[in-house]
Design a protein around this ligand. Structure first.
Ligand code: ZN
Length: 103
């Protein structure tokens, strides 16, 4: 949930994680939130359903950890430690791109 301008999250005054209900603001400077969303279309098991979930940093990394685990067990012989470290990340802390694979 965002309190303030929904269309311009930078102008919003507060946002709350949809999972844990804590604020996602980082000391009042900027909102820090992740969005997990999906629109399931024709042929999908969940056809017609839409999801839009705002997550705080802690909840985002909890979900990402589960996804990383699922990926690691799918390819147990493909250096799972490397997959666990970088799965899903497209830019690292230095602002450098990390993943160009699979596309
Ligand atoms: Zn949360």
């Amino acid at each position: 949930m965002i309190v303030g301008d929904e269309e311009e999250p930078a102008q919003a005054v507060k946002a709350y994680c949809d999972a844990c209900c804590r604020t996602t603001a980082d000391g009042g400077q900027e909102l820090q939130l992740a969005v997990l969303q999906a629109t399931w279309r024709l042929g999908a098991i969940h056809e017609g359903e839409r999801y839009h979930i705002r997550l705080c940093e802690e909840c985002f990394f909890r979900v990402l950890g589960d996804l990383r685990f699922q990926r690691a067990i799918q390819e147990p012989f493909d250096e799972p430690a490397e997959i666990l470290r970088t799965f899903g990340r497209v830019i690292d802390k230095r602002g450098e791109g990390e993943l160009e694979k699979d596309e």
